[in-house]
Design a protein around this ligand. Structure first.
Ligand code: ADP
Ligand code: MG
Length: 676
């Protein structure tokens, strides 16, 4: 058998079990080898029975004194107990509802038992449901044993046995990581690593083995992303001859651009002159001024003779962009049009005409932009606002309306720097890491539910003074016995408690049109207090709103909380964000503290990753990161950095020089699990 043989030919596997393995994505011997343990049990040391202490998990080598005796304590509760002994003492072993266990032992024979020492009601030490093997022929005792991430179906024993065989059958594995890289970064050799990740001879060897696979996983991921970046990007790009013209736009702005905005604009100009298609992500905290950057780029594209399209995730946001860009381009003889689904057929026809004839220079819209009926005369530049709302496919559709137009993607979700390279590996990245001067940070407080009444009185007073406020709840409909404050119920309660205040409600289950209507009323001021779910997270500007209350704040990711509170304080007034949580969990406290002390989206996302771990951080998979088999993107960030360095080195030498690595990359890419 070889590395690529199907595992059903492994002894003890067969058709039925092979199907269970297949459900875990394991088909070949190699798949199996790359199925890594979740944890380990140290069964390497045998303890004397007399030395066993309650609470410890131990291995003992003991002979059977009497075969298991059965007794029913209730109708459905069978207890079997067996006494075993070694030279130091005796201990009871207990099984529940296991009629057949007695058939597995012979009186006087020695076995190795592994399990946790507990104390019976009578005060005697015992082990409940130990794992066991006959002494002298043991396979999974006397060493460190892998525990695999299994649910139902396969048992640990089956997988452990199959793994042991697979390691033998696979023979000597070929090394994929070039020696020069392994030596430079002190990465263990594959055969040593594979043996020790599954059956480590000691924990130090395990660490060395694990490091290797983390490095390997991250290296291949990054090489693969780079391959895709090269493929997805056309080599021919429109050349903008005049990039300096951008100055005649930036000079008309009423403010001085921040250093970060200028740097980003320079990066865009360089791309647009390079002769290669631009594919750039601009990441900037809420309020960092991404719109001005996009406007400058759009201006340049138009002055170079091209049409541009800007796609926003909601109608209201599209309309807001339309208004602000129209204003910014007022004096520049640039024609800006809006295209959204709710326009009348007649309006649409007129706009579509101006797009195809080329009289419209800038088209701002929603998904309506990617419909077949939309034809451009000379589309040369595309902007997608709020990146994570659009899929790759939608972006591609928009791009296809021109011939290799440049693409700018704007995202307000800060990602820790080290991760951005992985998450957006197929894009170039600009970071706007500086806020315009004079911005007052949102004052953030975290309070318990007992303060709720005082919080809402404070909100009400502010509203009576002429301001507006948001209340954000995590869920719409109350699930049974859940104590979450749901938006609907809270909206009713608040309008009863404060009848003089005009309260509105908005949630994700409403029709897009109704949502827009509510948002419109909030923008115009006819709604003063808006109770909503996270649907408000995407950037609509309501300068008059200066308070946000967030209920069950512990339910949100910190980056999401940060994004949410970015909705307030957009006017000149001091803004407040009040996080209400009844949780007294330590981690929750730390997370809320992070929100109260920091206004830096990058710092916050890093803390969140640290406190919750990547599983939760990327819980919604909105970033499309493939599932990691072994690497932990936060804890392994040092290895991540090394692998980033190594990937650069390999790329500069040319991946073509490393056929095995390239093979692994194309496998990963063809699996389609990577980035969407
Ligand atoms: P976001 O990055 O969240 O999209 P916006 O582009 O909406 O931020 O900008 C937020 C506000 O800051 C806008 O009112 C904009 O006019 C203003 N602004 C942008 N850049 C600057 C700057 N350099 N100096 C002062 N105000 C700025
Ligand atoms: Mg914005």
């Amino acid at each position: 058998m070889g590395l690529y043989s199907p595992i059903r030919y492994l002894k003890g596997v067969g058709e039925k079990r092979a199907a269970e393995f297949a459900a875990k994505g394991i088909g070949t011997v190699r798949d199996l080898l790359y199925f890594f343990p979740r944890s380990y049990e140290d069964r390497s040391k045998i303890k004397q029975i007399s030395e066993c202490i309650e609470g410890e998990t131990v291995c003992i080598c003991a002979a059977v004194y009497n075969l298991p005796t059965d007794r029913y304590v209730r109708r459905n509760m069978l207890i079997s107990s067996m006494q075993v002994f070694d030279e130091s003492g005796m201990i009871s072993l207990i099984w529940y509802n296991n009629k057949y266990v007695k058939n597995n032992f012979r009186e006087g024979e020695k076995y190795i038992f592994f399990g946790k020492i507990s104390r019976s009601k009578q005060g005697r030490l015992q082990i409940v449901a130990p794992v066991y093997e006959k002494a002298g022929s043991e396979r999974f005792m006397g060493k460190i044993i892998p525990i695999y991430p299994l649910s139902k179906g396969l048992s640990q024993k089956i997988v452990q046995s199959a793994m042991e065989l697979a390691l033998k059958e696979a023979g000597r594995l070929e090394e994929y990581i070039p020696d020069e890289i392994r030596n430079r970064y002190k990465i263990a050799e594959i055969n040593f690593a594979m043996q020790n990740i599954h059956f480590p001879s000691d924990f130090e060897s395990y660490n060395i083995a694990r490091e290797r696979f983390v490095f390997e996983e991250l290296l291949i991921l990054q090489l693969a992303l780079n391959e895709r970046k090269d493929k997805s990007r056309s080599n021919t790009g429109i050349v903008f001859d005049d990039v300096k013209c951008i100055r005649s736009f930036t000079d008309t702005l009423t403010f001085e651009l921040t250093g970060a905005q200028k740097r980003t604009i320079n990066e865009i100009c360089r791309d647009c002159r390079s002769g290669r298609q631009m594919n750039r992500l601009v990441q900037g905290d809420v309020g960092s001024g991404k719109t001005a950057v996009a406007a400058a780029a759009i201006y340049m594209a138009v002055k170079n003779g091209y049409q541009t399209a800007m796609m926003a995730p909601t109608e209201i946001l599209a309309r807001q962009h339309y208004e602000s860009l129209s204003k910014m381009f007022e004096k520049s003889e640039i024609s800006v049009v809006l295209l959204i689904g709710s326009m009348s057929a007649k309006e649409k026809r007129a706009v579509l005409g101006s797009i195809s004839s080329g009289t419209a220079d800038v088209v701002i819209g929603t998904h309506a932009l990617i419909q077949d009926s939309v034809e451009f005369d000379r589309l040369g530049f595309v902007v997608a606002d709020e990146q994570h709302r659009f899929g790759v496919e939608q972006r591609a559709k928009l791009l296809a309306k021109g011939s290799d137009p440049h693409m700018l993607i704007m995202s307000a979700t800060p990602i820790p720097r080290t991760l951005a390279l992985i998450l957006y590996g197929d894009l170039d990245i600009s970071v706007i890491d500086e806020l315009p001067p004079g911005r007052k940070p949102v004052k953030t407080y975290s309070v318990g539910g007992s303060m709720r009444k005082r919080v809402y009185n404070f909100v009400a007073d502010n509203i009576r003074g002429g301001m507006q406020a948001y209340v954000v709840c995590p869920l719409v409909a109350e699930t049974e016995n859940s104590d979450l404050k749901n938006a609907e119920e809270l909206a009713v309660k608040l309008s009863e408690a404060y009848p003089d205040i005009r309260t509105g409600l908005m949630h994700g289950k409403m029709k897009a049109k109704d949502k827009d209507e509510v948002m419109e009323s909030f923008v115009s001021g006819s709604i003063q207090l808006l109770v909503a779910t996270t649907v408000i997270e995407v950037g609509v500007n309501v300068p008059n709103s200066n308070i946000m209350v967030i209920e069950n704040a512990e339910r949100f990711g910190l980056s999401q909380l940060h994004q949410l509170r970015g909705r307030v304080g957009r006017g000149g007034d001091q803004a407040h964000c009040i996080l209400i949580t009844d949780s007294d969990n330590e981690i929750t406290k730390k997370r809320m503290d992070t929100m109260c002390i920091s206004n830096d989206g990058f710092y916050i996302s890093e803390q969140d990753l640290k406190l919750r771990g990547p599983g939760d951080f990327f819980g919604t998979r909105q970033h499309g990161l493939p599932e990691m088999k072994i690497a932990n993107l936060f804890e392994d960030r040092n290895i991540l950095r090394l692998s980033q360095e190594a990937a650069k080195l390999i790329i500069s030498n040319g991946l073509g020089r490393y056929p095995q690595l390239r093979q692994r990359c194309s496998e990963l890419l063809s699996n389609e699990i990577i980035m969407n």
